[in-house]
Design a protein around this ligand. Structure first.
Ligand code: CAA
Length: 287
């Protein structure tokens, strides 16, 4: 299969990343099915796509006509078999937990067409390990978008130990067809490239505040104004979800060792359910 044979893409998980990936795929002209485990979650994802497309039109980043056409290409589903019946590519963006993803792939393998390629948007987990619960490890790779997918250019395309070159070529072409710049990541190591750099940076920012060496505002102003990053470390953690960064760190800590120990400031937020913008409260308040 090459990219011209791809008509239909199913995105599993309608959260921050899933809805954004579905939006990007629909803007590129693909028929998209957005699937989550409950009607409420799928509807929230769909509403966010609608909001984002209208906002892009409002800001003259695309015409209202193109925004409406993209939305018309998105359908929603809860039933997995129905969601993947016509899928050429399945992009999975369910929570960043190995056990949850493995469960999804086991079920997915039962229902997806034989020719379909599986691409996981995992932020850190082993592509090889995930691919091995399916019967198609050669047609399985990482396709890691960044938040918000509709604005961020980069996509990491990660090879597992069994991934065929044709799969990587297809997924890179797919990313390009969505207007993205794919970077091939040869080694399937925790956090790949971007999160191996970015998440420890957020963690170190938290350790600095935890030690009382600086305040959150001081750290964020420094990263934003002096280092020239678009958001402060704590702002970014709130934006991507403190739980997302925390789960990446937990995995890096487990596999790579103590240098990646998550700061208690992060685990406390996760335990309290204060996950950032999506829950209305994280390091900052959004209510
Ligand atoms: N769709 C459409 N519009 C959106 C939007 C979206 N998803 N998100 C924000 N906007 C809108 C805002 O509502 C705002 O509109 P109003 O002014 O009307 O309120 C407008 O866009 C802001 O746009 P600007 O271009 O003026 O803002 P900006 O220059 O600050 O850019 C940004 C916004 C692109 C998000 C920028 O702040 C940024 O690049 N932040 C860093 C993001 C980043 O690093 N992401 C990677 C995180 S790591 C990750 O995702 C990987 C992982 O695995 C954890």
């Amino acid at each position: 299969m090459n990219v011209d044979d791809v008509d239909s893409i199913t995105v599993l998980g309608a959260g921050n990343m899933g809805h954004g990936i579905a939006e990007v795929a629909a803007l590129a002209g693909y028929d998209v099915v957005l699937r989550d485990i409950e009607d409420e979650f799928v509807q929230q994802g769909y509403d966010k796509i609608e909001w984002s497309l209208n906002k892009l039109a409002e800001k003259d980043r695309l015409s209202q006509e193109d925004a409406d056409a993209a939305l018309a290409r998105v359908s929603t589903a809860v039933d997995l078999a129905e969601a993947v019946a016509d899928a050429d590519v399945v992009i999975e963006a369910v929570p960043e937990k190995m056990a949850i993803k493995k469960e999804v792939y086991t079920e997915l393998e039962e229902h997806a067409p034989d020719h379909a390629v599986f691409a996981t948007n995992t932020s850190s987990l082993s592509i090889t390990e995930l691919s091995e619960v399916t019967a198609r490890p050669e047609r399985f790779c990482g396709m890691h978008f960044f938040n918000p997918p509709v604005r961020m250019d980069l996509v990491e395309v990660i090879s597992g130990a069994h991934t065929a070159d044709e799969t990587l070529d297809l997924v890179e072409d797919l990313a390009e067809s969505m207007g993205k710049t794919p970077v091939r990541v040869r080694k399937d190591s925790p956090g790949f490239i971007v999160n191996r750099i970015l998440v420890p940076l957020m963690n170190e920012a938290a350790w600095i505040v935890h030690a009382g060496d600086a305040t959150m505002a001081e750290v964020d102003s420094t990263t934003k104004y002096d280092m020239g990053l678009p958001m402060g470390s704590f702002e970014l953690a709130d934006y991507v979800g403190i739980d997302v960064g925390y789960h990446v760190l937990e995995y890096m800590h487990e596999v790579l060792g103590d240098a990646y120990e998550p700061c208690p400031l992060l685990s406390e937020k996760v335990e309290a359910g204060d996950l950032g913008q999506k829950t209305g409260r994280g390091f900052y308040d959004y209510e």
